[in-house]
Design a protein around this ligand. Sequence first.
Ligand code: FES
Length: 209
Amino acid sequence: MEKTGTPANARDTSGHASKKGITRRQFLTYTLGGTGAFIATTMLTPLVAFAVDPLRREGGGGALSPTTWRVSDFNESLPTHVTYNQHIDDAWNSHDVPNDVYVIVYQNKLMIMSHVCTHLGCHVDGSFTNTAQTISGPAQYDSNGQKYWFHCPCHGSVYNNYGVNSPSSPAPTPLDIYEYQIVNGYVHVGRNISRTDSTWDVNPNPTIA
Ligand code: FES
């Protein structure tokens, strides 16, 4: 009677496969490696896009935009609300978009302030007064002796004349300011600059005298 036995190429009980298959360890290595590569690709792709996208680079869209404003249109007491077409000119885009800003004169320079609330980006209003609030930065008053504020209608942030956020506001930082140059007597506006409560009066722009 012929003996029955284990075939030579049968799988053993240790998990090691025959020479024709792959081991369990190899299967797990391939699976985990593929999953890791997929996750890495998913995470790195936006970072690469960010690095090469000119719109997202610092200074992107920073071309100077001509306006019809003269320095004499602005004063030291209250911000003036003005509009212009912001020119976007970079590797991928070249077009104008409407923008509006608030301009005050401070230390012989224009302080061109963004209308974008630094909390969540709503459009702030100017000429808002609220004597119940306290302010950071120098207190300013209009001709009626009222404190002058920017006010954000979304969550109630307030800013002083120079766009400095009130400590009690949800807005974490002052309003951005813009770079500018004076060309043939007219203001040309450049890119915006972020500020903090300790750098609200740092203005890299030229004097206007
Ligand atoms: S977006 Fe202005 S206070 Fe929230």
